[in-house]
Design a protein around this ligand. Structure first.
Ligand code: CP3
Length: 340
């Protein structure tokens, strides 16, 4: 078993494995070069290019896992929800969903092999290009995060329309969440079947809800999602923005809980109990001088205290202004400082 998978299973490892959310992206000159030739979605759909981009950080950084190069919004196409990436404001949904009729028009199931076959191709090609000791992580957006995009029409500060549906029309809300949950489960299971050795559920915008609304409007769907998933591989459940949600997320499911940087890793882990933990360095630590970056990484390692089941990661994704040198220095430091 690889170091990352051992850590997901809370088995002792010779060092703390590390990978980084958004480890493939615009901070890499090689990525920017490819991006001059292809649109972003075009890159995701071209399994040769997507494989090349997935493999890039493994050789460049020496990370302990690859993460599939794709995007959480790709699943919207087979659901019948049109979107595009605009140059300045990120993802845009062509016709945001606001009513019961809008929700009814969303497909009830997806055939991942047929409609997202290019992602499955990327998984197969990446697996054959990866060294044996580096597993491939597949992923999907979580139902809430996907729902927030399709209802708001893009990113949001306040999630006003999402909450208007959740609080004002729970029937439409639950119908949408059920459809998204079924589709996410089918998509992740297809990724696992194609060769993904772990999968991560990104609930990136879940921090916009409070704990009692999570329990009422989100948790039942997340519980169902984890029940539907093929559990032959570890599942990472990642959420950001509201540390009060972690106990509820843990109760919903996942072998690993991914923490953002807003919580204290040591006390959060104590409170969550017997589960593996991923995290949680503030990504902007990479902008600090090298010694300060290392001191901040050490604090995360110290908070984990060598407990089996820690996977080092940033508390959220790498950003375009990060320097490759500094990112590589972080990976090297975590390997050296955690060697047991
Ligand atoms: O982590 C990786 O290296 C794998 C690739 C990956 C991407 N998106 C590539 C990407 C993953 C795992 C994602 C997930 C994703 N996509 C999330 C959840 C993760 C998180 O950050 O919380 C979200 C919210 C999205 C939606 C999304 N995709 C947004 C909001 C944007 C625009 C913002 C931005 O960074 O440009 C994207 C575009 C995107 N996804 C890029 C990449 C490399 C940049 C595209 C480009 O080259 O212009």
């Amino acid at each position: 078993m690889t170091t990352l998978i051992r850590a997901c299973r809370r088995e002792p490892t010779p060092f703390t494995p590390i990978w980084l959310m958004r480890q493939a992206g615009r901070y890499q000159p090689e990525y920017r070069k490819l991006r001059e030739r292809y649109g972003f979605v075009e890159m995701c759909k071209n399994s040769d290019v997507a494989t090349e981009v997935t493999l890039l950080p493994v050789t460049q950084l020496g990370v302990d896992a690859a993460i599939l190069f794709a995007d959480i919004l790709l699943i919207l196409e087979p659901l019948g929800i049109g979107f595009h990436f605009s140059k300045d404001d990120g993802p845009r949904i062509d016709h945001p969903l606001r009513t019961t009729a809008d929700v009814n028009a969303v497909a009830s199931t997806i055939d991942a092999e047929e409609s997202l076959g290019y992602v499955l191709e990327t998984i197969k090609k990446t697996r054959s290009g990866l060294p044996k000791n580096v597993p491939l992580i597949g992923f999907s957006g979580a139902p809430y995060t996907l729902a927030s995009y399709v209802i708001e029409g893009g990113g949001s500060r306040d999630y006003m329309h999402t909450k208007a549906m959740m609080f004002g029309d729970p029937g439409a809300w639950n119908a949408l969440m059920e459809k998204l949950t079924g589709a996410v489960a089918a998509y992740l299971n297809a990724q696992i079947k194609a060769g993904a050795q772990a999968v991560q559920v990104f609930d990136s915008w879940i921090g916009s809800v409070g704990p009692s609304d999570y329990a009422r409007f989100v948790q039942p769907h997340m519980t169902r999602l984890f029940q539907l998933l093929d559990r032959s591989v570890p599942v990472i459940h990642f959420g950001t923005g509201n540390p009060a949600l972690y106990p509820l997320m843990r109760a919903a499911g996942g072998d690993v809980i991914g923490l953002d940087f807003r919580c204290d890793l040591a006390s959060t882990w104590d409170a969550l109990g017997e589960v593996a933990i991923m995290g949680n360095l503030d990504p902007y630590s990479l902008l600090a001088p090298r010694a300060e970056l290392q001191a901040r990484a050490k604090r995360v390692l110290d908070a984990a205290g060598g407990r089996p089941g820690h996977i080092f990661n940033l508390g959220h994704g790498l950003f375009p202004d990060a320097s490759v040198d500094q990112v590589r220095a972080l990976v090297d430091y975590v390997h050296e400082a955690s060697a047991r």
